[in-house]
Design a protein around this ligand. Structure first.
Ligand code: ADP
Ligand code: ZN
Length: 204
């Protein structure tokens, strides 16, 4: 970020595929806010129980204490009304209302940092992420390294055979892939148009 606003709130989005460093970047920003003596709260969806319930942990095992919440209502209940900086990891798992709630927080002067997958395992826009990308002030799109060829990777490829969009990942179930290596697994023509638009039509 180049310019840091003063006396107003805003929303920052950190997006990209799995293993791209979204959680690390979220932890970095929140740690710096701590150094600046700002009050910070970190949330993550309860669904993401890969590592610990009371911490946000990256694939490289960096961690920061956080609160796992079942849904947006639980997040609201756990939120300190005086907190200055709010971080939400794996925000793609929340319902669409999370976007307007974060807007309210930003409108009331808070700095909101959300991190999440912008695409699901088929390359489709994930849940509330398209809206976040529209309404936020700052966007950081990270890439991982394609495990097949070493190129920058912007997609998460699911190795497991399971049609559910929400399948909480372990390192063995997903791998970061570039466009070409992703297409070798999922030729674009194999995804029906109806499925491609599934998320956006569900949001109307
Ligand atoms: P995200 O939140 O985007 O899933 P994390 O912040 O949890 O990412 O983890 C990022 C870390 O994952 C990297 O710093 C690196 O140590 C590790 N990593 C494992 N596989 C890869 C990969 N294919 N590309 C890049 N980083 C990887
Ligand atoms: Zn590749």
């Amino acid at each position: 970020m180049i310019l840091q606003p003063r006396d107003v709130g805003w929303i920052e989005v950190i997006c990209g595929p799995m293993f791209s460093g979204k959680t690390e970047e979220l932890i970095r920003r929140l740690t710096r806010a701590n150094y600046a003596r700002q009050t910070v709260q970190i949330f993550k969806p309860g669904i993401d129980d890969r590592y610990e319930a009371e911490a946000v942990v990256s694939h490289s095992q960096r961690s920061l204490p956080g609160v796992a919440v079942e849904d947006l209502q639980a997040l609201k209940a756990a939120l300190d009304p005086n907190v200055e900086v709010i971080g939400i990891d794996e925000v793609q798992f929340f319902d669409q209302e999370v976007v307007s709630f974060c807007e309210e927080l930003a409108d009331s002067g808070r700095r909101v940092i959300v991190a999440g997958l912008d695409q699901d395992y088929r390359g489709r826009p994930f849940g509330p992420m398209p809206r976040f990308l529209s309404v936020s002030e700052y966007i950081t799109k990270l890439m991982a390294i394609c495990v097949r060829c070493g190129n920058p990777a912007h997609r998460s490829y699911r190795l497991a055979e399971d049609p559910q969009q929400v399948l909480v990942g372990t390192d063995e179930q997903y791998e970061a892939r570039c466009r070409r290596c992703f297409a070798e697994g999922y030729p674009a023509s194999s995804i029906p148009e109806s499925e491609l638009n599934q998320n956006s039509s569900a949001e109307q």
